[in-house]
Write a protein that binds this ligand. Sequence first.
Ligand SMILES: Nc1ncnc2c1ncn2[C@@H]1O[C@H](COP(=O)(O)OP(=O)(O)OP(=O)(O)O)[C@@H](O)[C@H]1O
Ligand SMILES: [Mg+2]
Length: 234
Amino acid sequence: MNSGAPDTLVLDDLTVSRGIGPVISHVSLAVAPGSITAVVGPNGAGKTSLLESISGVIQARSGTATFGGADITRLSRRKRAKLGIVHVEQGRAIFPSLTVRENLQVASRDRATIDRTLEYFPELEKRLDAPTALLSGGEQQMVVLARAFAARPKVLLIDEMSLGLAPVVFLRLLPVVQEFAATGVGVLLVEQFAQLALGISSDALVITSGHVTYSGAAARLLDEPETLRKAYLG
Ligand SMILES: Nc1ncnc2c1ncn2[C@@H]1O[C@H](COP(=O)(O)OP(=O)(O)OP(=O)(O)O)[C@@H](O)[C@H]1O
Ligand SMILES: [Mg+2]
């Protein structure tokens, strides 16, 4: 593993505590540009905490995080965001009173970037001047993703994109994430629907009780349901 590779995110032996004790224990992982890593595991396993420790919402107790070889372990969330680490948090967080266009302008002032982003979501082009609150749940999730895309991330952390969405909408959004990653963006995809997330991912991480119980090819978990089941059991 080349931890100095440009735009590669590397966690080395990261441990994160909150409240009573560690919620992430000794996690190591690398996210290369253009790769998608599915992060799956039972409820309360620590998936959200893992993403929060990468974006800087919470700080690691030990271990290191580097980005392009530079140590980011102690950087604030703001500084990590400036480096291109963008976090789409669990649960939709749009500005409901703003229009779709205004929501995107919060992420980027660059017209060309917004136009390019909208190419991924043709549905939104017709709703640009509508208050986001009036959009369907699926359209709102598109706004959330579009805003993250418009921020021009180098690493994109997505937490439970499927939450509250009809399966058909979720299935529509997965290939969009895949297409976006293919432009050279490293993606960590936390998802309850393991099979679907694995289907668009190159790599996979199974977390159970804060520990990594599988780290490797996503395809292997799809081919070997028993390996996936065992990893979930820890
Ligand atoms: N703000 C917090 N303060 C203290 N403990 C927390 C906090 N948020 C989460 N935890 C605890 O950390 C552990 C991991 O939670 P986390 O939300 O990271 O899991 P998760 O895998 O994302 O779960 P889910 O699939 O339900 O979203 C749990 O034991 C949870 O109770
Ligand atoms: Mg979570």
